[in-house]
Each structure stands twice: as C-alpha cells, then as structure tokens.
Design a protein around this ligand. Sequence first.
Ligand code: C5P
Length: 308
Amino acid sequence: MAAARVARVAAPAAQVRIHAPAKINLGLEVLGRRPDGYHELRTIFQAVSISDRLLLRRGHTGIRVRCPALPALGPDNLAHRAAELFFARSGVDGGVAIDLEKRIPVAGGLGGGSSDAAAVLLGCCRLFGVDPGEERLRAWAAELGSDVPFFIAGGAALGTGRGEIIRELPPWRAPGEVLIQIPPAGLSTAEVFRRLDAPRLTGGRRAFTILLALWREQDPRRFGAALFNDLEGPAFSLAPHLVGVKAALLESGACGAQLCGSGSSVAGLFESAAAADGARRRLRGRFPGSMMRARFLPQRRRWGVVKR
Ligand code: C5P
C-alpha cells in the first residue's frame, strides 16, 4: 500500500505515554478455514485492566524499541513493525524511541503484542500530530495482525473475519470481574489453529447469536453459562492440564470460564469483586504459573489515555 499523506491536526508532542491493555475473548466460534490459510471466526473481545506501558519519544534517528523484560526483542517484534508501518503509511518522515514495560504475559492469548502494536500506532499519531481517522488506523492495524484493530478503541467489540473486522458492542454494565490463570508456558496461535483442522477435534456449530443476545441482556450467570471457545479442543490437547484449571475456576464460583483466545491463559468471569477475590485466595498456589485479577475496561476515549 502506498503512503497516504495524513493531515497534521495537532502540535507534535515531544513524548507520549500510553497504556496497552490486555483482552480476553468471551465466546469464540471458528466458522471454517479460508483459502488464505486464516480461519473465519466470531468472537467478543473485551479489554481488561492488565496493561503494558509504553513511552514514545520523538527526535530519534530511525526506530528503537527497548524492553527490559524482553532484551532480545528484534525488529520483527510487533511494536517495531507498527512504528515502521506508521512511517510508511502516513508519509511522516521521522524516527521514534519506544520504551516498553511488559506487564501482560507473553503467549497467553491476552493480546499483549497486538495491544502494544495498536498503542504504537496511536502514540505515533499523537507524537507527530496526525489523525488518519479510525477507519484507516484500523486498516493499518489489520496489516500487523488479526487482533490489532480491536485495540484501537478497546472496550467491548464483536470481531469477525479473521478477527480484524470490529463492531463496537454496548458496554457490559454488570460487574466485569475476572480471574486469569497464566500457565508458565504459552501456546503458539498458529499451532493451535493448525490442530483445529483435525476433524475429531472440531466442535459442532454453536449458538453464537444466543451469546450475543445474552451479552445485551447482561445477566452474568446466563451469559457465563453460554460461553464457549472452539479453540479449547486443540489447545487442551496441547496442554491437558488446562482442563483442570477451567474446572477449578468454575468450582470456585465463576459464572463462566474459558480459554483466552488461543491460550494458554484461562479466564473466569465472576459476579462480584468479592467472589473473584475469594476464588483467588482459594486457588492460590494450586496451579503452576500465576493468577491475575482484572476487570473489564471501557473504550479508550479519543487520545484520552495519552499523556505528555
Ligand atoms: O493474525 P496473526 O498474525 O495474529 O495470526 C497468527 C497465526 O494464527 C496465523 O498465521 C494463522 O496461522 C493463525 N490464525 C488463523 N485464523 C485467525 C487468526 C490467526 O488461522 N483468524
């Protein structure tokens, strides 16, 4: 795609701080394999309150990404590629230094890398005072990965296509309290999708439309009971102990529990903060890895999370 010069709309900033939240999937239906190798799916994305932190600074020659938690990060990482894509598509001539503080577990299905990429796109727009518009930003985001467009606005959204076609959903008004078990080892998204092709592992068609109707009804128990994720079959066959994690979350009072995206994290949805905190105490130390408490996050206000 050729560079399309975008209008400057604000004074450039010397530096920008931006949060990059994690996501969970509430329902994920795989409809089939596409000729391009991706899978057609339907999912509800929900942003949650575990966030990476990014600091972007202008005045750097070229692109530099530094992340103390991942010292081996190379130019193929999504944050770096997002900055490259920003300069290529916007026509802005410049460089950026990015400091990335990782708090979202890697390869857990929580969208950390995708969210960092969206934050870099948003942060660069603010840094250089340009506004390509939401539609074009989402198109740039889709070039970076299937989950990246969701993170442009975050909140709650329906994702279709390979996950990159985003339609905003009404916010969840009931308590959105979450407990997430993060196993020590992640799962490869590509590997989980590859396994889905084995016919014995693919589930039948599920009533995703019912799940969407229950989202609008906003009764946590009824919504939680209707949750499903077609990627659980292949993910659980790669990591069988996840079956026990899911069962333990449900036994501890979760109204629903589900693999996050392609895993390896499993999230439980609770009716109240007290219920989630109680489950966290009961499950502490029961599984290897860590437990994280989070709550649903609303949509980003336009530039609202960006601070100089
Ligand atoms: O889009 P992204 O780069 O995040 O996808 C990683 C891999 O996961 C793809 O290369 C593909 O193998 C698989 N995938 C898929 N169908 C999707 C999303 C991802 O098969 N909808």
